[in-house]
Write a protein that binds this ligand. Structure first.
Ligand code: AMP
Length: 547
């Protein structure tokens, strides 16, 4: 027997329509390249979102088209989130900090029809012009007064387009399983892969995320997402927060500038913020040096990389701000776990409580997790046994865009047992708190950004005096991890560190240039002839980058 409940579809336009009715006067504050302090209300935002939906239609975009964005966290990007997905198109957020070739690959692979580009990203797009033959129009996210001179064709001004459209639009109804947004993730091998979210997965993720024992969200709060809107939809906050009518504060291109962050927090009474540990390190150092305070900031959410204990301690001791660590991946929308104390262990305090906060948190209802050994046998939740972390659930990726969706097939993230192997190694304790102990992947995470070790190695081995090279991530106090390059020079050559470093600087983007190079006669290999990164990491376990 079937239940007799309405089968209303969970659509992103539903969030927008609900918020417009219920929270019309809630505010959205942004820093943008063309305005250091922009403020308007939800009502203004959604009126413009309808105009933007009309703009998309005028540009010839239709249901299912991919619309690329290369932009920071601001109100225009938020309008795009809702106008694109609400119209049944796919909002494809792209990280402007990737290699230009990767950006071109991603845009072409996704077949983006229209690109919405921040003013600051225009020089990059001009360089890529000849590689973007499928893109039909480029919209610069600014007003007429700030439109740049450009050699590109089919370029439009965002504000001019909006002004030419009516503010009425009828949001279409369609299946909740329709794709709503996409985000490419760079793994260890091959090209970046597209994770394709659906309306259903996004709404379920938002419901879960808003729970008080998860990221928590309410109309009485003021949230400043510092995690970029091109990285897993800013951890879903632009959906969750709008669903709950939260005031939003967007730092735009200034997300690594602690002066701007502090001004926004204090002027706008920000109660909650979210970002990677590097951001918190930068903010804490600034506060310590300046003697400034952040009295409104109740909690910060830290994810993307393990949060150093000192950050938890400094926030709580010196600024009375709770640190909530969360774990997730592009493939998990991203929420998998979040820290919150349980009623049954609320008496925990002191070091024991800090120990728990340094773990990655408890599973969120909707994401099942387990740890397994190398034979795929489940391991106990005892806080000791560690193994590959596997997850499954309605907001976990079942296949990458344009690749096989058959569990176990090559390129499919889901294994034959129907679970996705996260590539992380973890323990889970008897209370359900998960802790990442290692990463099976070799990519290096610098300030929350992926740096491919393979790219660094590939660049290094093109030097005529390099025989073999291996890049590993090592702890860095500011960036969490930075690349250390281990090199075997060719025999009878006189390769110096400076020579190789200069060579790499010319070949690699700044973020990928290793912080140090170590020369060795040999690099350890596994039985199958691959570089033994685990062995190398062990060898450099106590290595520290010099100042
Ligand atoms: P991404 O897909 O770029 O968001 O990266 C996901 C990966 O970041 C995970 O598989 C973990 O390796 C790492 N990660 C995310 N959150 C945390 C965390 N709180 N602690 C440790 N590692 C994390």
């Amino acid at each position: 027997m079937q239940g007799l409940m309405m089968n209303s579809q969970l659509l992103i336009s539903g969030i927008l329509q609900f918020a417009e009715r219920n929270y019309p006067n809630q505010e959205i504050v942004s820093v943008t390249a063309d305005n250091p302090y922009h403020r308007y209300t939800y009502k203004d935002c959604f009126k413009r979102t309808r105009q933007l939906a009309n703009v998309l239609a005028t540009l010839g975009a239709t249901f299912g088209d991919r619309i690329g964005t290369l932009a920071w966290n601001d109100y225009r990007h938020l309008e795009l989130y809702y106008a694109v997905s609400g119209s049944g198109m796919i909002c494809h957020t792209i990280n402007p900090k990737l290699y230009p070739e990767q950006i071109a690959y991603i845009i072409n692979h996704a077949h983006d029809k229209v690109l919405f580009v921040d003013l600051l990203v225009m020089p990059l797009i001009e360089k890529l012009q000849e590689h973007l033959s499928q893109v039909e129009s480029i919209v610069v996210m600014t007003d007429q007064a700030h439109m740049p001179q450009t050699s590109l064709t089919n370029v439009f001004c965002y504000e001019t387009l909006l002004a030419g459209e009516p503010d009425t639009f009828s949001w279409p109804d369609f299946s909740e399983n329709t794709a709503s947004s996409m985000c490419y993730t760079s793994g260890t091998t091959g090209h970046p892969k597209g994770v394709l979210y659906s309306h259903r997965s996004t709404l379920l993720h938002s419901f879960a995320s808003a729970l008080p024992d998860c990221l928590g969200s309410s109309s009485t709060e003021v949230c400043m997402p510092i995690v970029p809107m091109f990285h897993v939809n800013a951890w879903g906050l632009p959906y969750t927060n709008v669903m709950t009518g939260t005031k939003l504060v967007f730092p735009g291109p200034k997300m690594i500038d602690p002066t701007v962050l502090h001004t926004l927090i204090t002027k706008e009474n920000v109660t909650c913020s979210a970002g990677v540990p590097t951001i918190w390190m930068v903010l804490l150092d600034y506060l310590d040096k300046s003697g400034l305070k952040v009295p409104s900031l109740n909690r910060v959410i830290s994810g993307g990389a393990a949060c150093p204990r000192s950050i938890v301690e400094r926030f709580e001791r010196d600024y009375d701000t709770a640190l909530v660590q969360a774990w997730g991946m592009t493939e998990t929308s991203p929420l998998g776990t979040a820290f919150h104390i349980k009623g049954t262990n609320r008496d925990l305090e002191g070091e024991a409580l800090t120990d728990l906060k340094c773990k990655q948190g408890r599973g969120v209802f909707g994401v099942e997790m387990k740890i397994v050994d190398e034979n795929n046998q489940e391991l106990p939740w005892d806080g000791e046994a560690f193994g590959a972390l596997k997850v499954r659930g309605p907001w976990v990726c079942s296949g990458y865009y344009g690749m096989s969706h058959t569990p176990g097939a090559e390129g499919c993230p889901v294994e034959e047992d129907g679970w996705m192997n996260t590539g992380d190694v973890a323990t889970i304790d008897a209370e359900g708190y998960m802790q990442i102990t290692d990463r099976t992947k070799d990519v290096i995470k610098s300030g929350g950004e992926w740096v491919s070790s393979i790219d660094i190695e590939n660049a290094a081995v093109t030097h005529p005096k390099v025989a073999e090279a291996a890049a590993i991530g090592r702890y860095h106090p500011k960036w969490t991890e930075r690349p250390l390059l281990v090199v075997v020079p060719r025999p009878d050559t006189d390769l110096s560190k400076d020579e190789l470093m200069d060579y790499l600087k010319a070949k690699l983007p700044k973020v990928s240039v290793p912080d140090d190079i170590q020369f060795q006669e040999q690099i350890p290999h596994t039985a199958t002839g691959k570089i033994n990164k685990l062995g190398l990491r062990k060898q450099y376990e106590n290595y520290q980058f010099s100042e």
